[in-house]
Design a protein around this ligand. Structure first.
Ligand SMILES: [Zn+2]
Length: 85
């Protein structure tokens, strides 16, 4: 896939992508799972990023937001730390 999660900017520990919540909406049926990336070693993590994925009337999958990728992007930019807001 070529998607890389950078090591932790604070401790250099290994970072992993985690699904935070399972979610969906009914009309249209839309996946709204949320994801974050965090460090196994020091425990810092991004906020949760929500996916928004559904099928249009032709059955074509529409990805309005990919929470997993957004979380990885935020982590890799190193501006996605959770500030408990
Ligand atoms: Zn760390």
């Amino acid at each position: 896939m070529g998607i890389k999660i950078k090591p932790c900017p604070f401790c250099g520990g290994e970072a992993t992508l985690t699904k935070v919540t399972n979610g969906f909406m009914h009309d249209p049926v839309t996946i709204t799972n949320t994801y974050r990336v965090g460090c196994k070693q020091c425990g810092i993590y991004t906020k949760a990023y929500e996916s928004k994925i559904w099928q249009d009337k032709y059955g074509v999958v529409q990805i309005e937001a990919n929470g997993a990728m957004d979380a990885i992007d935020a982590w890799n930019r190193r501006d996605g730390e959770n500030h408990d807001d």
